[in-house]
Design a protein. Structure first.
Length: 236
């Protein structure tokens, strides 16, 4: 069961979506304007946001921007806009998928299932990486199985948390990770009592140890961090 927030000011459509998602076994929350959506997003742990573009108070683009500053919760954008530039704009502000109105409930549910399948596969890769995976980018080599980082063939010493943080970023090059997500994923049960400054401190240490290649760990303002270069995955 996932917790899904529906943000849609058309109340009949909102109710229809809620009914079908509850039939799928999900817990469904509802908002009918932008400010209401942000209030719920701040107090609830959400697994998905179904977000209409045209909303009173704050439009869906601004809601997406603000949600993305503190969370990487998947966002499925709903809109009557069908132009390519609009789809690109929606994706650039943080939406994970885009569905143009009018749409069928069957397609909506299929999109949601596909999003959750991607999340599950990524979660499995992060929480239980194959011991034979080696991530390489130029002079950087991250050996998951041996828990070892080398730069230009020389081993660089990392603490366990520093290693896990680097491995996650390099495993998904180009993907921006929110600080809260990094805390939850890398620190797990040790998260309690920590704040996002913990991430900033560890990133600084990792960058310093990597030297020039550490610049590839980019700050994504208002979100968190990403590794900027494509890594190659090899199976031993």
């Amino acid at each position: 069961m996932a917790t899904i927030l529906i943000v849609e000011d058309e109340r009949e459509l909102n109710a229809l979506l809620r009914r079908h998602l509850e039939d799928e076994g999900h817990r469904v929350l509802q908002a009918f304007d932008g400010p209401g959506a942000l209030t719920i997003a701040e107090r609830e742990h959400l697994d998905l946001v179904v977000l209409d573009w045209m909303l009173p108070g704050l439009d869906g683009l601004e809601v997406s921007r603000r949600v993305r500053r503190r969370s990487i919760v998947p966002i499925l954008m709903l809109t009557a806009r069908s132009e390519e530039v609009d789809r690109v704009l929606g994706l650039e502000v943080g939406a994970d998928d885009y569905l143009t109105k009018p749409f069928s409930i069957r397609e909506l549910l299929a999109r949601i299932r596909a999003i959750f399948r991607r999340i599950e596969l990524q979660s499995q890769a992060v929480s239980a990486p194959d011991a034979s995976v080696v991530l390489e980018d130029g002079p950087l080599r991250v050996d998951i199985g041996e828990h070892r980082v080398s730069l230009n063939g020389e081993v660089v010493e990392f603490t366990p948390k520093e290693f896990d943080l680097l491995a996650l970023l390099v495993r998904y090059p180009g993907r921006a990770f929110a600080r809260d997500y990094l805390l939850d994923t890398v620190w797990g049960a040790d998260y309690a009592g920590l704040d996002t400054r913990t991430i900033d401190t560890h990133v600084l240490r990792v960058r310093k140890k990597l030297g020039a290649i550490g610049e590839r760990i980019e700050t994504v303002w208002g979100v968190g961090y990403r590794f900027s270069r494509a890594a190659k995955c090899f199976q031993n």
